[in-house]
Design a protein around this ligand. Structure first.
Ligand SMILES: Nc1ncnc2c1ncn2[C@@H]1O[C@H](COP(=O)(O)OP(=O)(O)OP(=O)(O)O)[C@@H](O)[C@H]1O
Length: 318
């Protein structure tokens, strides 16, 4: 669905260096980026501010022409076949609207139907589906400028889906939304991916979006790909240890010497113990059984590093 090889994009910027002097320098926003996205995948494209995410997305959607490298999206070269691409993919930029500001939502949708020449029955079916799932019905006759950010975003997503795209590209889709709106949108996108098979590529700073939606993560920093793989794989790569926290029925001496355990921290005079263990050497289940032979367990929890922590460790590795 997406094929990116050695993608590079430079920008030429001029800055004032004296009263009358200006110097020109080249900023490399994206450098040697390669990745593929297969049909039906949901991939999160993450990185810190200025990493090159938006620049990549703009090249994938034909808004920017690459300086060098190869891009194919839905079988076409985005910057050369922008119109054809627009018929095959949907794009949502959280910070920019594709809706007509002064028109009611419904009229924006009608205009998009005419632009993309969507057959009337197909359009009606998709509109009804999105309106239902995204709870848009009460706002269809409201001018876009009077909508709240969350209502507008639901409108943006609907607008991007009216022509039935096989790929949906989203740049910061949940930015600025409250928790409930974020959750509603995530649920909708997850359903779109799993039930309808629509491929998703999204950039976000909210890693909960990734945790909820994207089994695979591409991490970019300073224009280059730092890591690419399933979240679970990246987690075990950067954090080879997990922690089993056990609450015991009676104060117990530190549970040292269990297989795979690298350290033990004791709290509450031995009632609570934190056992750090290597995931490559033992499993949580084996360790729990081993603990049970030495003490009566009241309660337990296995702590994994949060996704924010995983991504932070990936940046730090550089
Ligand atoms: N039109 C432009 N002219 C000059 N430099 C640019 C231009 N667009 C982007 N850049 C530079 O390219 C780099 C990557 O920017 P980009 O917007 O792709 O980052 P990003 O990962 O999307 O960041 P953010 O998370 O802050 O949105 C930055 O250093 C930015 O200043």
């Amino acid at each position: 669905m997406i094929e990116v090889r050695d993608l590079r994009r430079e920008f030429s910027v001029t800055s004032k260096t004296g009263r009358f002097r200006r110097t020109r320098r080249t900023v490399v926003a994206v450098d040697a980026v390669s990745f593929d996205v297969a049909a039906g995948e949901a991939v999160g494209y993450v990185g810190p501010n200025g990493a090159g995410k938006s620049t990549t997305i703009k090249m994938l959607t034909g808004i920017l022409v690459p300086t060098s490298g190869h891009v194919r999206v839905s079988g076409v070269d985005p910057s050369r076949s922008r119109r054809e691409l627009a018929r095959r993919i949907g794009v949502v930029f959280g910070q920019r609207s594709q809706l007509w500001w002064d028109l009611p939502l419904r009229d924006s949708f009608d205009l998009l139907r005419a632009i993309y020449r969507v057959p009337a029955a197909e359009f009606a079916r998709r509109l009804e589906e999105c309106t239902g799932l995204l709870e848009l019905a009460p706002f269809l006759d409201t001018p876009v400028r009077q909508l709240s950010l969350g209502q507008r975003m639901r409108g943006e997503v609907t607008a991007a889906l009216l022509h039935g795209p096989e790929l949906l590209v989203l740049d910061e889709p949940t930015i600025g939304l409250d928790l409930e709106s974020k959750e509603r949108l995530r649920e909708f996108l997850a359903e779109l991916n799993t039930a309808r098979g629509t491929t998703l590529l999204l950039t976000t700073h909210d890693l909960d979006d990734i945790e909820r939606l994207c089994p695979r993560l591409v991490v970019i920093d300073r224009g280059t790909v730092l890591a690419d793989g399933p979240l679970e794989e990246l987690r075990s790569e950067v954090a080879p240890e997990r922690v089993l926290v056990v609450d015991l029925e009676t104060p117990t001496a530190p549970l040292e010497g269990l297989p795979g355990v690298v350290s033990v921290r004791v709290e509450l005079a031995g009632l609570r113990q934190h056992l750090t263990f290597r995931r490559a050497e033992t499993t949580a289940a084996a360790l729990i059984s081993a603990v049970a032979t030495r003490a009566d367990v009241h309660d337990l929890v296995v702590e994994e590093p949060e996704i924010d922590d995983v991504v932070r460790r990936l940046y730090a590795r550089r």
